[in-house]
Design a protein around this ligand. Structure first.
Ligand SMILES: [Zn+2]
Length: 326
């Protein structure tokens, strides 16, 4: 009771992607709306409010997410997502909340708005939300779920009570993944940067096959045709390809400097050989180029061009390796 009374107007639930923050935010919302919450604070799952919540019909709850047909201009790197889904929460969506927050609440006197991910709000949307946070409507709680809280407007951040959601430890994450039927849990967890929900998504067989085909080619520059690889990758989600190449480049540098990898559980011998031979300065330059390519994803003028340029640079990187090797 006292916990409810002392709730802030807005909570910022922050932490890396794929560790269950959205689930936590939803559970918190359900618990606060529940009519008979358990002593632990969890929702009862049986009352009318819980039933409404679970069917997505609770009249005092709104989930604000990027709409399917919205357009916007902020940069946000998502893991594999539906291509057609927008990445943005628009000002129109935020303004539509006005009616909701000004109505009387239906059930136990509290209304909750979950914004996910909060950094998907474009500047106009964030400013509109800020106005609401500056003059908070009574009995209203905003839960902002954020994977990249640095991208939120500082003025929005400062209006929220921050709650950090730490990632689970590796062993817990691995055993959870195995429970979900993921066979190569170690590899998928590493690829996800230790985010179990993301790892679960990445475990799809088709995804792993496509990733493996691209990495095999990167491992062995003597057999790589940059333009053919660009053509092959053009048919894939560009954000995926960039993830793979970025992780590959990170591991290559990491093998060279510290004899360890972060994303690749068992780096093949060709990769280790390449890591020993590659010029680190050139590799850093290549990583800079990857960042630039990442920005280009936001303006998909020509994915093929971005990919061709990238793999041609990769060709140069591995050629310069020959030069230093000789
Ligand atoms: Zn309940």
């Amino acid at each position: 009771m006292s916990a409810k009374a002392s709730l802030p107007n807005a909570i910022l639930l922050q932490g890396r992607s794929g560790i269950g923050k959205l689930h936590l935010g939803r559970t918190l919302a359900q618990a606060l709306l529940c009519e008979m919450p358990l002593e632990s604070g969890e929702p009862c799952e049986h009352c009318g409010a819980c039933d409404w919540f679970k069917t997505g019909n609770h009249p005092d709850f709104r989930l604000l997410e990027p709409a399917a047909d919205a357009v916007g201009e902020i940069d946000e790197q998502n893991k594999p997502t539906d291509k057609k889904a927008s990445k943005f929460i628009t000002v129109t969506q935020v303004r539509e909340l006005a009616d909701f927050v000004n109505l009387t609440t239906h059930r136990n006197g509290r209304r909750i708005i979950l914004v996910h991910p909060a950094e998907a709000m474009n500047v106009n949307a964030a400013n509109a939300l800020l106005k609401t946070l500056e003059e908070p409507p009574p009995d209203t709680l905003f839960i902002l779920v954020s994977h990249h809280f640095q991208r939120l407007l500082p003025t929005v951040r400062s209006r929220c009570r921050k709650v950090s959601a730490p990632p689970p430890d590796r062993e817990t994450a691995l055993s959870w993944l195995r429970e979900q039927g993921v066979n190569d849990a170690e590899a998928c967890l590493s690829q996800s940067g230790c985010s179990p929900l993301a790892a679960l998504q990445l475990s799809a067989e088709d995804y792993q096959l496509k990733r493996g085909r691209v990495l095999d080619q990167l491992d062995d520059p003597t057999r790589l045709d940059p333009l053919a690889l660009a053509e092959q990758c053009e048919k894939l989600e560009l954000a995926w390809v960039l993830d793979w190449v970025e992780q590959w480049a990170y591991d290559l540098a990491s093998i060279g400097m510290a004899a360890q990898t972060r994303y690749r559980v068992d780096p093949p011998v060709q990769m280790i050989r390449l890591a020993k031979a590659v010029n680190l300065i050139e590799l850093l330059r290549f990583q800079q180029e990857l960042l630039a390519a990442r920005r280009a994803v936001q303006h998909p003028l020509n994915n093929r061009l971005v990919l061709e340029q990238l793999f041609l640079s990769y060709g140069q990187l591995t050629n310069s390796q020959d030069a230093t090797y000789v």
